[in-house]
Design a protein around this ligand. Structure first.
Ligand SMILES: Cc1cc2nc3c(=O)[nH]c(=O)nc-3n(C[C@H](O)[C@H](O)[C@H](O)COP(=O)(O)OP(=O)(O)OC[C@H]3O[C@@H](n4cnc5c(N)ncnc54)[C@H](O)[C@@H]3O)c2cc1C
Length: 492
């Protein structure tokens, strides 16, 4: 039987293995970390369960497509969220709940934005056109060459072209009068690891996927259930997993990789290799491709680094939702500096997820399992994290003031991951949380492709290859790799 080695067991790698498991391949995962899932991982301490990275699922139809084409009966319980999340502004006492139901949304912003329902409808109609008009030509497709990419781009209606050059911020500013709504509708840019001032307006398509097309979903028991479910299914299909093993070198012959080599010198020969490690970093670091050496990687645009705190609290947080954003009063100043400033943010902007709200099994009866994510500069701009306690403290103080509970008093468990931890755990380049950014210079055929240029039997899947980052998007990435393999005649 032909052998496939998959380097990395992130969702991209796991989805690829599920798709490949339908065909006669012997599949082995080599994973650096001690558990599967990559960034979609889990921490369990003192009766508290934390999802360490992703906290919401969107575009769930991608998951359904993955399971239906691989003949897996989906036993996960997913629930659609409405409200999607709450937003806490520094200058308002009350948080704003963001409803998909536009009548309720209008009520929430009475006195702040007039004709909101109408404005949002119009905004989402346009964002929906961006989504559906680019989906098949740009998002769900492989590119044979840059010319092929240009050809596919010509199929996108011309009227959308200006939105490649305008920013998300200019689009939301044109639509909404209040600073509150402008900020809320521009938060999607941060999901791409960038700012609304740098992100092309075409990405407001994410507002459409969030508010109308599919929304946000809770996975019962926590996000990690998804990893456990897929891994169980893969083991049933005889897929092997090797953990605590990092690939650092390789052997090649006649433009083919013959074997990958780990830190201890063990060799892993195979007929084909699927790389779920970062597609740019792996090319440079392991395959020693000069186009991706450290100097070149440092010049590329990377997404923000995460600074994350996991709190097991011995109290209930009644005034928080499942997803919550805490925003300061200097949005433009903050967003323009945060990704490149070496200073710890004094007035941090952060996101708080209370996993135990919808999943009581994730915390003791009177407790709460809380995850805090603060976007910070990557390690190129802030390499020293000896002040991590200070930043954590400033976030916890801010949160305590804003929700009226002295959090420090109730801490049972506290774990912090700074960008150095994130880099070391999963080989995330310079601690960048979402991989390569999604500016026009790094999407489509301009993003590292899912097939290696020099080694004919090496493929890539995941956040830094096509189409990009996010859980549903790396599932699409796994579909594109399979299509590439079919094109190459590996699979019939
Ligand atoms: C804090 C945070 C919050 C996020 N929130 C969300 C969210 O709510 N919703 C959402 O959709 N997306 C979210 N994302 C993005 C999402 O996590 C990623 O896009 C997705 O998980 C990437 O999956 P992947 O398969 O590409 O890579 P990864 O998950 O990074 O998996 C790659 C795997 O390869 C392994 N590896 C790397 N190099 C080697 C090597 N040399 N040898 C062996 N193994 C190696 C790593 O250890 C890792 O396990 C979030 C990301 C972060 C960091």
């Amino acid at each position: 039987m032909r052998k496939v080695v998959i380097v990395g067991s992130g969702l991209g790698g796991l989805s690829t293995a599920l798709r490949l498991s339908k065909f006669p391949f012997e599949i082995t995962f080599i994973e650096k970390h001690s558990t599967p899932g990559g960034r979609l991982n889990q921490l369990k301490l003192n009766g508290y369960t934390f999802d360490i990275g992703p906290s919401f699922m969107s575009m769930t139809y991608e998951l359904e497509e993955l399971f239906s084409t691989t003949e897996v009966e989906n036993k996960l319980k997913l629930t659609s969220l409405d409200p999607l999340y709450s937003v806490f502004f520094e200058w308002h006492k009350k948080p704003f709940r963001i409803y998909k139901d536009l009548k309720k949304l209008q009520e929430e912003f009475n006195g702040i934005e007039s004709n909101l329902e109408e404005k949002v409808k119009k905004f989402l109609n346009k964002a929906g056109q961006f989504f559906h008009d680019t989906e098949s030509h740009v998002i769900r497709t492989n590119f044979r060459s840059k010319f092929d990419y240009l050809l596919k781009l010509t199929k996108v209606p011309k009227k959308h072209i200006p939105y490649l050059f305008k920013s998300v911020w200019s689009e939301v500013s044109r639509t909404f009068e209040s600073q509150e709504l402008r900020i809320i509708f521009s938060l999607v840019a941060f999901f791409l690891g960038s700012t609304p001032f740098k992100t092309p307006a075409i990405y407001t398509l994410l507002n459409y996927t969030e508010m109308r097309h599919n929304g946000y979903w809770n996975i019962e028991g926590g996000m990690y259930k998804l990893v456990e479910f897929i891994v169980e299914e893969l083991k049933r299909r005889n897929v092997k997993f090797i953990y605590n093993t990092e690939i650092i070198d390789f052997h090649s012959k006649n433009s083919k990789v013959q074997a990958l080599i780990d830190r201890n010198g063990n060799e892993y020969p195979a007929d084909y290799f699927v790389i779920n490690s970062d597609a740019a970093f792996f090319r440079g670091k392991v395959l020693r491709n000069k186009r991706f050496d450290e100097k070149k990687l440092d010049k590329m645009d990377w997404t923000m680094a995460p600074f994350t705190i996991y709190l097991g609290l011995k109290t209930k947080l009644t005034n928080l939702d499942h997803h919550n954003y805490f925003l300061g009063s200097n949005f433009e100043g903050y967003a323009s500096k945060i990704f490149t400033s070496s200073i710890s943010p004094q007035k941090p902007y952060y996101y708080v997820n209370v996993l135990s709200k919808f999943n009581p099994e994730c915390a003791p009866v009177d407790g709460e399992s809380v995850f805090i994510l603060c976007p910070v500069p990557d390690l190129r701009f802030k390499p020293d994290w000896s002040d991590r306690e200070e930043l954590a403290q400033s976030i916890l103080l801010d949160l305590s003031t804003r929700i009226g509970i002295e959090i420090e008093k109730f801490i049972d468990v506290k774990v912090i991951y700074d960008p150095i931890d994130w880099q070391n755990m999963f080989n995330l380049y310079r601690g960048s949380g979402l991989g390569l950014a999604h500016g026009l210079n790094q999407v489509g055929a301009l993003r590292p492709q899912n097939k290696d240029k020099f080694y004919k039997n090496v493929y890539y899947v995941g956040a830094s290859t096509i189409p990009g980052t996010g859980l549903p998007i790396v599932i699409i990435s796994s579909k594109l790799v399979l299509e590439r393999m079919i094109e190459d005649g590996l699979i019939r």
